[in-house]
Design a protein around this ligand. Structure first.
Ligand SMILES: Nc1ncnc2c1ncn2[C@@H]1O[C@H](COP(=O)(O)OP(=O)(O)OP(=O)(O)O)[C@@H](O)[C@H]1O
Ligand SMILES: [Mg+2]
Length: 330
């Protein structure tokens, strides 16, 4: 094996050793496929992203060797080609870059929207380390023990989640990034989803292996980005947006969650600061689908497993705008 040095072009590294894409990404350099990689050396790429070049090179060489030897257990997964999809018309992921901003809620609401519009809908709960989708739809752990078929919600949404495979829903899942990515791919390819108009993918938070692999390998038609006023202030959402951009996946729309709160006596409060929906739209270059208020009703519906019955003005707004950007409705 020819050693990778600081002067090697990033493009040459990833062409020769495709498994290094994951290593680059783990070090904070997810853009190995962008046009700059063709002209940039490892040292230049590291400098541009403020990354220490020494540990990066060590890791790259280790992965390159492991790749040749047939990928040892510590090696990241081989960068996947796009997975085949049969019978699934569109795959859309929901992403935030930050935990707890309502990504799963928005995934749930998007799925409910396409289902209400009469379309065959599924959800792939990619948030393997903290899945909340099944609970939202009132599915318990026994529901998906059939093995190869996703569970089905009351309104007929097909749902696959790691949580449904666990013994108890409070059982922790401590998996390394590559395993999470592998499971995600497997859920996509090995389950019998049947014919679907929409498969919604609830991506794990962050810009680590799992969302990266999903973006790279799931045949995504687009991404919906979720932010809260607070999350937007902290840059992480913007980082996630940049990642999606670098991967060349279109951002279909943005949702600002927890934007405001209706006060009992009328008027609104902004517990997480003033809305940043405008910033979100500018950063994503995509339309605002909805501003969802902090609503105890939605939290209660999620907890009770009846998200399919939840209705509110802002959820209707989301539904209307979503179907519009998806081209399902005028
Ligand atoms: N607009 C809202 N009003 C009230 N509660 C909300 C709202 N959005 C989300 N929640 C609640 O906040 C919690 C976190 O939301 P959710 O699980 O959708 O976030 P997430 O981004 O998927 O989090 P994680 O990163 O852990 O996956 C949930 O209990 C959810 O019911
Ligand atoms: Mg979640």
């Amino acid at each position: 094996m020819e050693k990778i040095t600081a002067g090697t072009l990033i493009r040459d590294v990833v062409e020769r050793y495709p498994a290094t894409v994951g290593a680059f990404a783990r070090h904070g350099l997810p853009c190995t496929g962008c046009h700059l990689a063709a002209a940039e050396t490892v040292a230049q790429g590291a400098a541009a992203h403020g990354i220490a070049v020494g540990p990066l090179l060590e890791d790259l060489n280790r992965v390159a060797e492991g790749g040749e030897a047939g990928a040892g257990p510590a090696a990241p997964p081989r960068p996947p080609g796009k997975l085949e999809r049969e019978g699934i018309r569109r795959v859309v992921a929901v992403m935030s870059g930050k935990g707890g901003v309502g990504k799963s809620l928005v995934t749930g609401l998007c799925a409910v929207s396409t289902r209400r519009a009469g379309m065959a809908t599924g959800i792939l709960d990619g948030d393997i380390t903290g899945p909340s989708i099944p609970k939202m739809f009132g599915l318990d752990n026994g529901a998906a023990r059939q093995g190869e078929v996703p569970a089905t919600s009351r309104s007929g949404i097909r749902i696959a989640s790691m949580n449904l495979l666990l013994e108890a829903d409070d059982q922790p899942v401590i998996w390394r990034g590559p395993m999470v990515s592998g499971a995600l791919r497997q859920f996509f390819t090995d389950l019998d989803w049947g014919r679907l108009d929409y498969l919604w993918v609830d991506l794990p938070p962050g810009t680590s292996d799992a969302p990266l692999t999903a973006l790279q390998s799931l045949p995504l038609d687009g991404v919906v980005v979720v932010g809260s006023p607070q999350a937007l202030a902290s840059m992480v959402v913007r980082k996630a947006i940049n990642l999606v951009r670098e991967m060349g996946v279109p951002i279909l729309g943005v949702v600002e969650n927890m934007s405001y709160m209706e006060l009992p006596g009328g008027g609104r409060a902004e517990p997480f600061g003033p809305s940043r929906a405008y910033d979100l739209v500018l950063a994503a270059g995509a339309p605002l689908l909805a501003q969802l208020p902090l609503d105890p009703g939605v939290a209660a519906a999620c907890d009770a497993g009846v998200i399919e019955n939840y209705r509110s003005a802002s959820a209707e707004e989301l539904e209307k705008n979503l179907l519009k950007v998806l081209g399902e409705k005028e």
